[in-house]
Design a protein around this ligand. Structure first.
Ligand SMILES: [Zn+2]
Ligand SMILES: [Zn+2]
Length: 171
């Protein structure tokens, strides 16, 4: 079910947010991270994924040294698995944890995924001269910021000097 949550501002600690499950009626509390906090969590998973690669490399080195073959084999097998698990966790990380969400290899009953931000604002393009009024709309911008910028861009667009109508502006 859709659930709209407000992330804490950057620099603030993670916040607890509750939602009632529509299927089982349970009140669930999740920990929600700020945008930069989410980025840090993703970076940590990625670092762990590189650790998996390091494990593989170490395993190969142990095998070549012929020291302890069993350990070498174990490391060579474990390395790619760790890399895959942590790499997947990095791409699944949405900065919302709780009830098994945000942990690798758990198929949580109550899981949260992030939908793409709703910056689906119409393009400001003049159909007569092709002039396009730009506004910031990147996914990591806050929705109210984008909306504010969009409104400013729309004002500029309304006053744009339209080349197709002889430089007099639209209507
Ligand atoms: Zn439920
Ligand atoms: Zn125009």
């Amino acid at each position: 079910m859709p659930w709209e949550i407000v992330r804490p501002d950057d620099g603030l600690p993670a916040a607890r947010r509750s939602v009632r499950c529509r299927a089982c009626g349970k009140e669930l509390t999740f920990t929600v991270y700020s945008v930069t906090g989410t980025g840090r969590r993703q970076a940590r998973w990625r670092a762990s994924a590189w650790g998996g690669l390091g494990t593989l490399v170490a395993g190969v080195a142990v095998l070549f040294s012929g020291a302890i073959v069993g350990v070498g084999v174990a490391l060579v097998i474990a390395g790619p698995i760790l890399g895959l698990v942590f790499g997947t966790a990095a791409s699944d990380e949405v900065g919302i944890s709780g009830h098994g969400n945000g942990f690798p290899v758990t198929n949580a009953k109550h899981s949260v995924t992030a939908s793409p931000p709703p910056h689906d604002l119409p393009d400001l393009t003049c159909t007569r001269c092709g002039h396009m009024e730009e506004f910031p709309r990147a996914a990591y911008f806050r929705d109210d910021y984008v909306r504010e910028q969009y409104e400013a861009a729309r004002d500029r667009f309304a006053r744009h000097v339209c080349l197709a109508s002889g430089g007099t502006g639209p209507k």
